[in-house]
Structures are given as C-alpha cells and as structure tokens.
Design a protein around this ligand. Structure first.
Ligand SMILES: *[C@@H]1O[C@H](CO)[C@@H](O)[C@H](O)[C@H]1NC(C)=O
Ligand SMILES: CC(=O)N[C@H]1CO[C@H](CO)[C@@H](O)[C@@H]1O
Length: 301
C-alpha cells in the first residue's frame, strides 16, 4: 500500500493549522493496526497516518500497533504469526496502557480491520468506541490477486501454500492469510478448520459474548475501495461475500445468513444506526486527506 497511499496523501492539500498545537484533552485516543506487508511505523504509510491524525485532532494520543519486538518482526508477523495470538497480544497491550483506560477509537487497515474487530469481540476492556475498517476483509478472501509492492515474492509463496491446502493444520497455524481464507467451494472445510475467521464470524457456534461485545461499539464503519485490485472479492470490505457453493455470484451482508439469523448482532446494530458503509474511489487503501477529513475524521472527534 505504501507508495500509492503516500502519493495520495502528499497530493492532498496539506492544511496545517498555524501556531502552537492546542492540547485538547477531551480527545479520544486512536489505535491503528496496519495491513499486510506494512508495519506500525513506516513513515510513508502508518507513520504518515498517525501524523495526519495528530495534526487534525490536537492533543490526541495515537498508538500504532507494533506486533513483535521491532519493525522487521512486525512486518513478518503480518504474514506468518497466528492471528489469534496476535489478537490476544494486542488485547493485553491495550489493557496495560493507562492512556486507553477511558476507551479508544480503532482504525484497522486492510487485514488490520478484521483483526481489530476480533479485539472488539473478545476484549471489551478498555472499551472500543468506534471501529473503522479501511478495506478490511470481514468475510475473508478467496484469491490473492496482488500484494503490496515489495512483498510480491512473498505473495507467490503464500499463493502456493493456500492452493496446497489452506485448511491444513500447519498452514492455518503459520500463515496469516490462510486464517481468513474463505473458500465458498469448500464451505464445510472452512467452517471446521478456519482457526480465526470462522470463529469470529460465528460459523461453528454462536458465542453470545462476541455478539454482546460487538454491539457495545458506538459505530462500526466499513470503507470499501471501488477500484480495489488487491482484495477479492471486494464485497468483503462491506461484509459481503461469494454465495456458498460457487465462486461467481456475491451477496451483501444483508442477504447473508449471518445477518438474517443475526448471529453476530450486525442486524441489531444496523437497526440502531451503528453501521456505516462508506465507499472511496480508488485502489486499495488509497484516499485523499480531504476524503479522510470529510468521512472519517468525524468519528475521531
Ligand atoms: C466466547 O468468547 C469469549 C471471549 O473471547 C471466550 O472467553 C469464551 O471462551 C468463548 N466461548 C466459547 C464457548 O467459545
Ligand atoms: C488527562 C489527559 O488526557 N492528559 C493528556 C493531555 O494531553 C497530553 C498531550 O497529548 C497528554 O500527554 C496527556 O496524557
């Protein structure tokens, strides 16, 4: 995502407020979780996002999550670390951060979107207020058309592993993308063996705690990129997916069993006005600062 996102950010009008920053301590902290092939602190991606939020919301505390001891580990873990472990690591990090005690807003980029949803469902304390998923894959993916720039060789490897058996125990435990691989032609395998996605999407059983916790959110905002060439199918960014048993036709969240039976509380949330479906022109994770300020900033203020 990095290069493309940067050029959009820089091309956007840089509206810096002149003068000294005002420390407005009525602000709600923001927690960011980066996407695949990225890291917490890349100055061209998450670093720039953090800075932008700090400029727009004076005095705000922004925590960009690092998964592991350093930036290299953080990037590797985005491909190879058990997602359930990542989520529990993050949960304890958030619980130990005194600045988050009063609650926080969460912004997940790409796979960080579904990972932060797992945090909301599993770890209600400290409370997550708004969850903003930017190009997240809430019903998983079935395909890996393209990977962000420098990581394309890793992607070839991942594609091979997924084809050789995404639901084998070994691949599930060691490959992040397998843990949200959703094969509509092998629905039984997906339900049974997907260690992460099938669990948080209540495919095996309904965990009432997940349902209750998710509904504690004030808003669950999902951003879809209209010209996304990275995520397949793109409907997953709004919680839609391919209909089971074939790989061509898609269904919306509202048409899904998950919603109709309200297995996760999403129907109740929509009724309560807590779901927002936003669309942005452009490829995966590309948005201008102007778009961000208009559509997402209101959730952070
Ligand atoms: C439901 O989710 C909670 C929170 O993660 C967990 O503690 C509990 O064990 C889960 N229950 C079942 C039956 O899996
Ligand atoms: C109580 C509180 O929220 N204090 C914060 C005020 O703003 C500064 C600057 O961002 C923070 O460091 C404090 O934690």
């Amino acid at each position: 995502m990095t290069a493309a996102l940067l050029c959009f950010l820089l091309a956007g009008p840089v509206l810096l407020v002149a003068g000294s920053p005002v420390h407005n301590n009525g602000t709600v902290p923001v927690v960011l979780w980066h996407g695949m092939g990225d890291s917490c602190c890349n100055p061209l991606s998450m670093g720039a996002i953090k800075k932008m939020i700090e400029e727009e919301v004076s005095g705000v505390y922004v925590l960009s999550l690092m998964i592991g001891q350093n930036v290299i580990k953080d990037t590797e873990n985005g491909f190879f670390m058990d997602v359930n472990e990542q989520v529990s690591m993050v949960c304890s990090q958030l619980a130990q951060d005194p600045k988050l005690k009063g609650g926080y807003n969460a912004m997940g980029f790409s796979q960080g979107g579904q990972f932060l949803r797992a945090v909301a469902q599993r770890c209600p304390s400290p409370p997550m207020k708004n969850l903003i998923s930017i190009g997240g894959q809430h019903q998983g993916v079935y395909g890996l058309p393209r990977c962000p720039g420098e990581s394309s060789h890793i992607c070839d490897m991942i594609r091979k592993a997924l084809n050789s058996g995404a639901y084998s125990d070994f691949v599930q435990k060691h490959l992040v993308q397998a843990q949200y691989w959703h094969d509509p032609l092998n629905d039984d395998l997906y339900r049974k063996y997907s260690l992460f996605l099938a669990d948080i999407n209540q495919e095996r059983a309904i965990n009432e705690t997940y349902k209750k916790n998710l509904q504690l959110l004030e808003n669950f905002v999902m951003v879809k990129f209209l010209q996304d060439t990275v995520v397949d199918p793109v409907d997953t960014e709004w919680f839609g997916f391919l209909k089971t048993g074939q790989a061509k036709e898609t269904e919306t969240l509202q048409e899904s069993v998950l919603y109709k039976e309200d297995r996760l509380g999403l129907a109740a949330m929509e009724k309560a006005g807590k779901l927002a479906f936003l669309a942005s022109e452009g490829d995966h994770l590309q948005f201008t600062r102007e778009w961000f300020n208009t559509h997402l900033l209101p959730y952070l203020r």
